[in-house]
Design a protein around this ligand. Structure first.
Ligand code: GSH
Length: 231
């Protein structure tokens, strides 16, 4: 068995991207295995307790392996075991705050799922407003940290790894129609731009990610797509 870590992935999954970004930031060699969630392979069903990606397959002595699930758990494991730059603050209170903002990123992803998949104009607007409110909270958190360009200032952290895939969605959505979600959040806009330029963030997805996301929206007949026709 290969001694390399394996990240079981899906081309669009933002949770997978967190783990990929952490691995790339730490310069850890790893293999990516991409699966189709619409047709989960048997081997995947067998080893994924929740039937979800990401999984991190970790080779063990004697040809065995451990399988980690839950993206934040995978990120924490990488932080504790892999060399390379630290992606959590040293201070326990600051570290706990970072973990809380990682959870907040997951709450945003939950709204985003409804925002991008609904066919219903009303649900779309509810989700859009929920996202506006959440990004106002993020704006306030960024205002508490002097400088930038990242969440905690100059050092890239796991909070950045969580939010970069969130912002990546909007790079595609904005080409369809402006969501106006970031109109009142200049600090979030600057953070989003800095993250989009980070090599680990760029390399966390396939080059034709945007095409895959468009196809996903079309498959769901997303309300979002109808806005382009009206614009
Ligand atoms: N809380 C999980 C969420 C992972 C998750 O929801 N992954 C999605 C893809 S982005 C998935 O595998 N869904 C299963 C499915 O579509 O059947 C984590 O952080 O890893």
């Amino acid at each position: 068995m290969s001694q390399q870590l394996t990240l079981v992935s899906h081309l669009l999954c933002p949770y997978v991207q967190r783990a990929a970004i952490a691995l790339l930031e730490k310069d850890v060699p790893f293999e990516r295995v991409v699966i189709d969630l619409a047709q989960k392979p048997d081997w995947f069903i067998k080893i994924s307790p929740l039937g979800k990606v990401p999984l991190l397959r970790v080779p063990q002595a004697g040809g065995k392996e451990a399988v980690l699930f839950e993206s934040n758990v995978i990120c924490e494991y990488l932080e504790e075991t892999q060399p390379g730059p630290r992606l959590h603050p040293e201070d326990p209170l600051a570290r706990a705050e970072h973990r809380a903002w990682m959870e907040f990123g997951s709450a945003i992803l939950s709204d985003l799922w409804g925002y991008e998949t609904t066919r219903d104009a009303e649900v779309y607007e509810q989700k859009r407003q929920a996202l506006v409110a959440k990004f106002q909270r993020v704006e306030a958190a960024l205002a508490a940290v002097p400088g930038g360009p990242y969440f905690a200032g100059e050092r890239f952290s796991l909070v950045d790894a969580v939010f970069a895939p969130v912002f990546r969605y909007f790079d595609v959505f904005d080409q369809i129609s402006d969501s106006h979600i970031f109109d009142e959040t200049p600090k979030v806009r600057a953070w989003r731009k800095a993250l989009s330029e980070r090599p680990s963030v760029r390399n966390a997805v396939v080059p034709d990610y945007a095409r895959h996301l468009r196809a996903f929206l079309e498959k769901h007949e997303a309300h979002l797509l109808t806005l382009a026709k009206r614009a």
